[in-house]
Design a protein around this ligand. Structure first.
Ligand code: GLP
Length: 241
């Protein structure tokens, strides 16, 4: 099955073969793959070679290990295009997934200095701080901390932020959400994030910060989001000519 004369290393050929089996659903998501012993018999290579292939696939997020249980096929990551300013609710709807939120905190506070600056707020202006877990098909995908000037969206209440905040803002005010700047950074989950996202501490996280503007240029939100790196990847189309 492997080409022993090929200049491609054995472990690499095994990786490609396992990936192909995942793609064609011979190995299904959340199910175990054969043990190292079985794979080494199947491919007629040493267990060390198999282990290297499997470890690489674990590191790349195709597989994950559970102590005492075996090695499983990871769920496919959600591919999120980087162009287009969509809301979480819209993103999930587009994929036919069910979106929901758990509200962890909803308070009105004087803005921290960086938020005040990013929202171009004058002295004494307050902001909503909304802390939510965002779920896709009941699986936690991200935790988000949203800051919105109270004066821009007066009267917003807890019940308004279980669903889409963008929808609430556009429906209840004469605002058009226009554009945003977004920064993406790699981080690792702290204890709290790990618990909220149902991942192990120190797992990889994509930290995204978005500052969004209304049509007239008024900044209306700063959002600090932590997305699960095992469930998300960001895709952008780039042009050279
Ligand atoms: C995404 C973005 C956030 C944005 C949110 C709005 O999750 N990362 O920056 O605030 O969408 O989503 P919704 O309208 O569903 O609350």
């Amino acid at each position: 099955m492997l080409d022993k004369k090929s200049p491609l290393p054995m472990y690499y050929q095994i990786e490609e073969d396992i990936k192909q089996k995942i793609d064609s659903a011979i190995y299904s998501e959340r199910e175990t793959i054969p043990s190292e012993r079985e794979l080494s018999e199947q491919y007629e290579v040493s267990r060390m070679t198999v282990r290297q292939a499997v470890t690489n696939l674990v590191n790349e997020g195709y597989l994950y290990r559970e102590k005492g249980k075996g090695t499983f096929v990871a769920e496919k990551k959600i591919e999120q295009p980087l162009q287009g300013m969509t809301s979480f609710t819209e993103d999930m709807k587009q994929r036919g997934m069910d979106s929901s939120s758990k509200l962890l905190d909803f308070t009105i506070i004087p803005p921290p200095a960086d938020i005040k600056r990013k929202l171009s707020l004058e002295e004494d202006r307050q902001v909503y701080e909304i802390h939510r877990i965002r779920y896709a098909d009941h699986q936690p995908m991200a935790v988000e901390r949203t800051f919105i000037p109270v004066a821009l969206v007066p009267g917003m209440q807890e019940k308004d932020v279980y669903g889409s905040i963008y929808e609430y803002i556009e429906k209840n005010h004469d605002y058009t959400i226009h554009k945003a700047t977004q920064m993406i950074e790699a981080t690792i989950a702290d204890e709290e994030q790990a618990e909220l996202l149902d991942i192990v501490p120190a797992a990889a996280i994509l930290h995204i910060e978005r500052t969004s503007l209304l049509q007239d240029g008024t900044p209306f939100e700063v959002v600090k989001s932590s997305y699960r790196a095992d469930r998300y990847k960001f895709i952008s189309e780039i042009h050279r000519s």
